[in-house]
Design a protein around this ligand. Structure first.
Ligand code: FAD
Ligand code: DHB
Length: 411
């Protein structure tokens, strides 16, 4: 039997663990990994298959702190080989691109490495160490959140099961059941929906330059990114109600080139489009990120608009704080650090919300913007690309704000 899962009674399909984790996204998988390193048992339940979560294309930029924790905890090997180290980004407006040298300004850098690659590395580490992930679960519900031993109910292959735990980590993303299981009135919700979305593509075309380009164009925002030396990732601002069927490959390339080509004639290489999708944009936070013995982490507690690539990094930061609190509790019985989880996370979450909102606000075309707003936006772009102080502030946030956890991972 795998460590981390002790059946209470095999007939009743009851299991017991220390931390029950709902969701095998970056938050749930990283939490299980950090807990394992501290000798704390956990079981992850996941609604989708292993193949599905390992192929789901989402975020692509890892902050320095995310890179460091992957390396420090022994799962950075493939990232070190295949990840693309970036020392700067470019901001395009009025047909010119301006480089922001993050390493000069902060001493730090980011790594371009797909979220699904991080997920693969974490799943491998988890299964390789004998840890448990129950895939394809259904009928998930959580109970007794204010008791000493909360319970997760779910079904696996049609059989109902109960997972009894000390704590539950709600890592089940924005549409998961954990946040929704908290009684109305116990949470305050902060929400903003943007009047645009991102149409994202993955193209079988080698990147035509090394660094990312964030472009503000009169026809809307465009982003040039990549996944590997052979695959380019690109995004276009579009209407949130946009039907992807209306976007032929030719139309997508034509729009991307219009928005990205600068006066120097640089342009992305074109190639067959491997995948396309439309992602709506939203800023969302719930407070607190805890209810009784349930802790929310990652997208289940907050969503940022993707400009600045913070979603996955924020999910990893949350579970570092949570693992730290749980480790302190299991080591000494002292739950003070754990009790401060929500407050500790939210201070950083709001700063990252601010940055993601701000990056979104300077780079997109807002349908209701007047000529004053337009001039102010251009001035802001001019400021951050010409003032060292302005550029440093952008760079400091882009490479990731510090997460100072005293004695993190101390045995
Ligand atoms: P998730 O990755 O959503 O993981 C939650 C997991 O819980 C999933 O595997 C889900 O299947 C599982 N689950 C859900 N309900 C249940 C249940 N009831 N029981 C069991 N399991 C359940 N960020 C960027 O920085 N850049 C991007 O380009 C970008 N693109 C994105 C595109 C899309 C379509 C989406 C949805 C998000 C994107 N993000 C992007 C955000 C980033 O991917 C997320 O912030 C990140 O995935 C958060 O990780 P998480 O572990 O909190 O949640
Ligand atoms: C990517 C996504 C982002 O949201 C971003 O700001 C930069 C890059 C990407 O998917 O590569």
């Amino acid at each position: 039997m795998e460590p981390g899962s002790v059946p209470i009674s095999s007939e009743e399909k009851m299991m017991r663990t220390q931390v029950g984790i709902v969701g095998a996204g970056p938050a749930g998988l990283m939490l299980a990994h950090l807990l394992h390193l501290q000798g704390i048992e956990s079981v992850i339940i996941e609604a989708r298959s292993r193949q599905y979560i390992e192929e789901r294309v989402r975020a692509g930029v890892l902050e320095q702190g995310t890179v460091d924790i992957l390396n420090r905890t022994g799962i950075g090997e493939r990232m070190r080989k295949e990840g693309l180290l970036h020392h700067g980004i470019e901001i395009g407006f009025q047909e010119k691109r301006h480089r922001i040298d993050m390493t000069d300004l902060t001493g730090k850098a980011v790594v371009v490495y797909g979220q699904h690659e991080v997920v693969k590395d974490l799943v491998n580490a988890r299964l390789g160490s004998g840890g448990k992930i129950v895939f394809n679960v259904e009928q998930v519900s959580i109970h007794r959140l204010n008791d000493e031993h909360p319970v997760i109910h779910f079904s696996e292959n049609g059989t109902l099961e109960q997972l009894h735990c000390d704590y539950i980590a709600g890592c089940d993303g924005f549409h998961g059941i954990c946040r929704q299981s908290i009684p109305e009135g116990a949470l305050t919700v902060y929400d903003r929906i943007y009047p645009f979305a991102w149409l994202g593509i993955l193209a079988d075309a080698p990147p035509s330059q090394e660094e990312l380009v964030y472009a503000n164009h009169e026809r809307g925002f465009a982003l040039y990114s990549m996944r590997s030396p052979k695959v380019t990732r690109l995004y276009l601002q579009c209407d949130p109600a946009e039907d992807i069927a209306n976007w032929s490959d030719d139309r997508i390339w034509s729009e991307l080139l219009t928005r990205l080509i600068g006066v120097d004639g640089w342009q992305p290489n074109q190639g067959p489009i491997l995948q396309k999708s439309v992602t709506p944009m939203r800023s969302f936070v719930v407070e607190p990120m805890q209810y009784g013995r349930l802790f929310l982490a990652g997208d289940s507690a907050h969503i940022v608009p993707p400009t600045g690539a913070k979603g996955m990094n924020l999910a990893i930061a949350d579970v570092r704080v949570l693992a730290h609190g749980l480790a302190a509790y299991y080591k000494s019985g002292n739950s003070e650090t754990l009790a401060a989880y929500s407050e500790t996370c939210l201070r950083r979450v709001w700063k990252v919300q601010r940055f993601s909102w701000w990056m979104t606000s300077i780079l997109h075309r807002f349908p209701d913007a007047n000529s004053f707003d337009q001039r102010r936006q251009t001035a802001e772009l001019d400021y951050v690309t010409s003032s060292e102080a302005g550029a440093r502030s952008l760079a400091e946030n882009y490479v990731g704000l510090p997460l100072n956890l005293a004695n993190e991972l101390a045995g």
